[in-house]
Design a protein around this ligand. Structure first.
Ligand code: BES
Ligand code: MN
Ligand code: MN
Length: 456
């Protein structure tokens, strides 16, 4: 390891500058106006993977944004680690809330500010640099395959097709992903679960045109009022979701499992202070951490309709719309929950309006065992570099391809994330610590070494 660590130490300035260059490319997958930038980002990732010593590196086109793939097979008899990450980023809006432009990275007090710094360019690029350090010093202990996609933030649909069509190419022993967070820089942790997702859009249409709210108000169903009532009815007073059948397939954790998860340090006062709120709110009978990880949820992500310009306009809008996400837990299935929602939502519509529900992307939840060779290798690697054993925690976000890796390739995933919940991913002023970036680059080769050794 000495030479790997020395290589990292000697090249750390270049490692940081290369990441900053990558962050200058606005690879926003959701917005077609960035299509050429996304393609340019894929080409850049390909070049960097080649420079790091990966072989057969290719940009694989899909019906959407391309996937970059490369590998270094040192001995087919040795184990293979499949690294996955995503080079696409969320839209940077709202722009006026950024203190520096989202695609002009700045490093201030040891923190890199830019869209994608933590999610996921700063994290997947740690693997490119870790591979460079292992290959260039002759210390790669097993095979590595690396697949970096451009559509994670829009649901990974084309990656799903690619994985199904390339089972042989992607054959491996474990998947390694850095796209999650730890508890704190001095409290390392490893995510052992992700939630699934069902995302849909609803539309409530009333009268055939916008109406004067004095002339017609009170006599016809107002789509915005109706949408609000309908959404409000989706939770009861205990903040349970009221959709019939919603909880039927939920895997309830045992008291022992809940007690184990509760061991992770969590300070609710600090949590509220960080968010500027004076109370938490959620499903009765569960802690804040449980509500955000092992319990399913339903949230409105956007709602619009009627007049939202300056001043007042007395109008009764013809239609109202909302975007709704449900975070799912094992063994809820995204399609089944989408159908339950859709059937229920149409049922509760009052006379006088028409309701349409349009599903968007989804994904299934995933859990990782903590008794596997790969988990032990990951835990040991973190202990080596942080001087503390990482705590297993469940994560609340979603990475749709993880469940597919298991279903299609039969592979379990290690969620080897080095970010923090406070990194503002998907928000203005997204950032990633230089400490976290360098710590990841140092820790990944230790995982490879332990995994190769423990697999013998
Ligand atoms: N990296 C996140 C997921 C994440 C973040 C997991 C923090 C655990 C902790 C990922 O890029 C993401 O944002 N996923 C989307 C999924 C989607 C758009 C299909 C999500 O969770 O909203
Ligand atoms: Mn991500
Ligand atoms: Mn994301």
């Amino acid at each position: 390891m000495a030479t790997v660590d020395a290589h990292i130490e000697q090249n750390k300035d270049r490692f940081l500058n290369e990441l900053l260059d990558l962050l200058r490319i606005p690879s926003v997958s959701a917005d077609p106006k960035y299509k050429a930038d996304v393609a340019r980002c894929a080409e850049t990732v390909k070049k960097r993977m080649e420079e790091a010593g990966l072989e057969k590196v290719e940009v694989c086109s899909t019906k959407g944004h391309p996937i970059v793939y490369g590998e270094k097979i040192i001995d087919p008899a040795k184990p293979t680690v499949l690294v996955y990450g995503h080079y696409d980023v969320q839209p940077p809006d709202p722009l006026d809330l950024w203190t520096s432009p989202p695609f002009e990275p700045v490093v201030k007090d040891g923190v890199i500010y830019a869209r994608g710094s933590a999610d996921d360019k700063g994290q997947f690029y740690m693997h490119v640099k870790a591979v460079e350090a292992m290959v260039k010093t002759g210390n790669l202990p097993c095979n590595v395959k690396m697949m970096i996609e451009g559509e994670e933030e829009v649901g990974s649909t084309n990656l799903g097709i690619f994985v199904k069509a390339n089972k042989q190419k992607l054959a491996a022993d474990v998947v390694l992903i850095s796209d999650t967070a730890m508890i704190a820089n001095d409290v390392p942790s490893i995510n052992t679960g992700l939630r699934g997702l069902a995302y849909l859009e609803v539309e409530v249409v009333g009268p055939n045109r916008d109406l004067h709210s004095g002339v017609y108000g009170g006599a016809v169903a107002n789509p915005i009022n109706v949408l609000c009532e309908m959404i409000a009815s989706l939770h009861d007073k205990d903040r349970k979701i009221t959709i019939p059948g919603f909880y039927d397939t939920v895997n309830e954790l045992s008291d022992a499992e809940r007690a184990e998860l509760a061991k992770a340090p969590f300070n609710e006062k600090d949590y509220m202070k960080d968010l500027g709120i004076d109370a938490v709110r959620g499903e009765k009978g569960y802690t804040t951490e449980e509500r955000a990880t092992i319990r399913p949820t339903l949230d409105v992500n956007g709602i619009w309709g009627g007049y939202i310009g300056e001043g007042a306009k007395t109008v009764l809008a013809s239609k109202a719309q909302a975007k709704i996400s449900m975070r799912l837990v094992p063994a809820q299935k995204s399609d089944a929950i989408t159908k339950l929602f859709s059937d229920h939502f149409k049922t509760i519509a009052p006379p006088g309006v028409k309701v349409t529900v349009t599903p968007h992307h989804g994904g299934e939840a995933a859990v990782t065992p903590t008794n596997s060779v790969a988990y032990k290798a990951a835990s040991q690697a973190m202990e080596d570099s942080f001087g503390k054993k990482p705590i297993p925690t469940r994560g609340g976000g979603s990475i749709p391809i993880v469940a597919l890796f298991e279903d299609v390739l039969g592979l379990k995933t290690i969620l080897f994330g080095f970010g923090l919940d406070s990194d503002n991913i998907h928000s203005p002023n997204e950032h990633y610590g230089v400490f976290n970036y360098m710590k990841g680059i140092e820790t990944i080769p230790k995982f490879f070494a332990h995994f190769a050794e423990m697999s013998k």
